[in-house]
Design a protein around this ligand. Sequence first.
Ligand code: ADP
Ligand code: ZN
Ligand code: ZN
Length: 758
Amino acid sequence: MLPIYAEVILPIPLPNLLTYAVPDNMATACRVGCRVEVPMGKSKHYSGIVAALVDTPPQGFEIKEVIDIIDTTPVVNDIHLKFWQWMADYYMCTIGEVYRAALPSVMKMIEDTYKPKTEKFLSLHQSFTKEIQFKDLFNDLEHRAVKQMSVLMAFLAGSGIKIENGVITNHGEISRQKLLKNPDLSPAALGALIQKQVLVETEKEVSRIEKYEGEIELYHDLTPAQQTALDQVESLFAEKNTVLLYGITGSGKTELYIKLINKYLEQGTHVLYLLPEIVLTSQIVRRLQKVFGNTVCIYHSKLSDAERSEIWKTLYSGDSPKLVLGVRSSVFLPFNKLGLIIVDEEHETSYKQFDPAPRYNARDCAIVLAQMYGAKVLLGSATPSLESFFNAKSGKYGLVELTKRFSEQGQPQYLIVDTLEAAKRRQMKSLFSPQLLGEVKNCIEGNEQTLLFRNRRGFSPYVECQSCGWIPVCENCDVSLTYHKRDGRLVCHHCGYCMEMPTKCLACGDTALKTVGFGTEKIEDEIKLYFPNARISRLDSDVTTSRSRYEKIIADFEDGNIDILTGTQMISKGFDFHKLRLVAILNADSMLNYPDFRAEERAYQQITQVGGRAGRSQIKGKVLIQTNNPTHPVFQDIISNNYMLLYSRLIAERSKFLYPPFARLIKIQLKHKNPQLLDHEADRLADILRKSFGPGVLGPEYPLISRIQTLYIKEITLKISRNHYGSAAKKIINDAIGYIKSTTTQAGLVTAVNVDPV
Ligand code: ADP
Ligand code: ZN
Ligand code: ZN
């Protein structure tokens, strides 16, 4: 037999794969896609993935041996290995970094510490065979052990025990946890019943994957408009791999997805349904589970590592749930036969991973992954990204439109309120215009609900001394501290640094400290003053520290136990509340006033999405926008519901100034604690890059926040025309960064490359 060598991917940022010799006794077991334990350096061991098997070793190295083979079946298939390589090349990182992002942590340890979960179950003791045996037992317990009696009754009611013609035919089974759910039942009494050999306790392996135990419903019939759209999607799939569904909020995109998913499941293929994180932790899961039951498997960041591994293992072992509902990282899951990927809310920036590498966009990766599997992709949005709409218009993707709401009430009515004017006339009541207060009052009187949206949490974005102008800023970052009134603290939203709210100015000692601007916490406080009897709540990341807390607030709003809910982006996505009539956007200008070529596009998306929560069933919805700048074209596009107008205006600008989709962007970030050194190195890098990319090199410049966590930051943005964009350009960039890093005079220079930044 020829000696075999394995090329192994390690979970560290090495530029190349490492080659190891496979000992003869492991030769048959060592397969591509399996994990192996390998040595690295003097004393480290890693769990690596076999990327290839070859019969000639590289020359000039001392080849070490594989220590052990961890898997008997591959955990990563060939398609995914190819996908990892593509991702490393495209996003300019190492395949080791992709591996690190792809597998759950326990699976990357050399000893896979994954342990199956067990639970205790109770059954009736086998010595009971006839109903009559209960008679004495009951008699006994009723008089002398009431608590044991209660536990026994609960067991009989919940365990599924069966008695036919006086004979016990099924001894029942119920988990200990479920049995003792009622807090009145005593574990000690249960212990006594086990001791007496009335019940037996056994330990069994159970799944960590949450099971759906609700009812299964048939799905809705599509309306003619929805059916036409679905037919169009399917016929476009005959010629295009990717189709964009542009369907306004409430048009029934989800209903259409359900039908399409069902078709693919019936054909026996897997379906991946991608959603942004905050949308996934909400109603949509329940909606799909109602239709697809336990075929649905959910993959998000709040899962424990063990739960993640279990999903991995069920998927690659084949006996898998077939509809994966997941966030961006689910593109790494080991699918077998992937037939369809749905990317809902495709415009969402949270599909892009910012840190650490790989800095990938799951939407774009989904399209590449689907191609590798020969699968189809449906992108859906009420506010498509300009890039996707451009691709659809130019024929790269198919385009299907759904422009009518399901509800007869149609689109919500938009109303713009000029807050500058209202302030001049002294009509503003705190943060609220008279129109806003009037509409909220109507809602409360009609037993309908209101959302108050503001894309900023906390009480006020900053605090200022009225005598000397001092503003408390973060010790580590170049930002002002946000005042959180409930906690009495000033908090940095970038690094978490916090301090107590001072009672007087730390610069001049004056007590005239004033809060400036407002966030959701202040909205909550102030609206209470005007509606003291209303039930008011808040949803932002300060209050939703746990998933259950978050779900409680959503459920309360759904059930009509909250009249007014204020919140950040968290309330804007994917929700369907039947009694929600009014959505008010406070300080809409803050969404436009920041330097980014995408600011207008984002403002349109955010306002349309949150506004789209209003009036989705029987009620006619209303959206009120408070702004100092009522004539801004983006507000006109929003109130006339004219995405096409927005698109043509913005795409013309992008074309003129060569921004995506007409050029590609790569952003290089440099960080160092010494600003002089940083300046110097950033300039050196830019100079090298200019030799190849000329005027396509923008910067270096300080970003909006120029220091985070004690490191100063500079950015260079490369604008590369579509024809020059490719592996050659990326090699130049990599080489230039490598050169700067190897010739810099101080340690600690950090660089990060972000391809297609959003
Ligand atoms: P979108 O995802 O486009 O925002 P949804 O799929 O959430 O829209 O639909 C909006 C609302 O209308 C939901 O409550 C949904 O159940 C309902 N709906 C949409 N289409 C139908 C249909 N064909 N039959 C019954 N209800 C529908
Ligand atoms: Zn002062
Ligand atoms: Zn900070």
